[in-house]
Design a protein around this ligand. Sequence first.
Ligand SMILES: [Fe+2]
Ligand SMILES: [Fe+2]
Length: 315
Amino acid sequence: MKFIGEKIDSFVDEFLKPIDTNWQPADLLPDATSENFFQEVKLLQESCRELPYDYMAVLVGDTITEEALPTYESWLMGVEGVNQQETAGWSKWVRWWTAEENRHGDLLNKYLYLSGRINMRAMETSTQYLIADGFDIGTGTDPYRNFVYTSFQELATNLSHRRTATLSKQFGNTHLSKICGLIAADEMRHAKAYKTFVSHIFEVDPSEMMLALEDMMKKKIVMPAHFLRETGVKMGQTFSHFSDAAQRLGVYTTLDYIQILEDLLEEWKIENIRGLNETAEKARDYLVALPTRLKRVAERTKVPELEYEFSWITR
Ligand SMILES: [Fe+2]
Ligand SMILES: [Fe+2]
């Protein structure tokens, strides 16, 4: 971590955008100081009227996931090699990454509020629950495992925001499509950063990095909102309904999970990594064979057809 951490400033320059010229939520929302505000809100609400129920549910789940950023920042600050007392090094990366991510939940939350289709109190309660409940992602404080997790997650969020962008365009809402597309582009830059960190670790400590990757894939990458819940609903249920809605819409599916794994294996050239100790060689062979195994299992799983009534959506 110390060795790679020497390059933090160049990582920030390469993978994050300068703050002053970066987009902000206000650039994409009706301006309340303008005379046209109410007219713009009316148009916004009209453009949201026809968005399907599952689509709204996925958007709310995505928003709550983004809004639980305090969990992710505090988690990363606790990773070995990240020292909060220092203003440079890894803590700088975590702060700058958090600062950029923070715009996502902010923008989506305001948009959903204006849409007029959401029970904001129910959604906010779920957000407070999710931050209070935290998560259990199986990384411990190990940076290698954490960077596998973040590489995977940034790709997963890129994909799901990209799909919600495509869908809203199909439903005739280009404004929302632009919003989701911009967020997806941020996630892609972040994915590139975390993938780069892992590539650097593979260069200097290949066996341990391989074992960390194997361990994370054996545990399976859980979604950061896996504790998502609503008032009066048992923990785990709300999340699986949210995940079913995403599968039905094709926003994020089991096959996407496998595709992300395949992309990562290719990105890190896992198949060709040599100079490993014996256990790491076994781990490499396990990983190379994993996508095919997962595809066989995926063919047998079915997504529930039944729509569930979320407390978040009023109409
Ligand atoms: Fe995000
Ligand atoms: Fe992200």
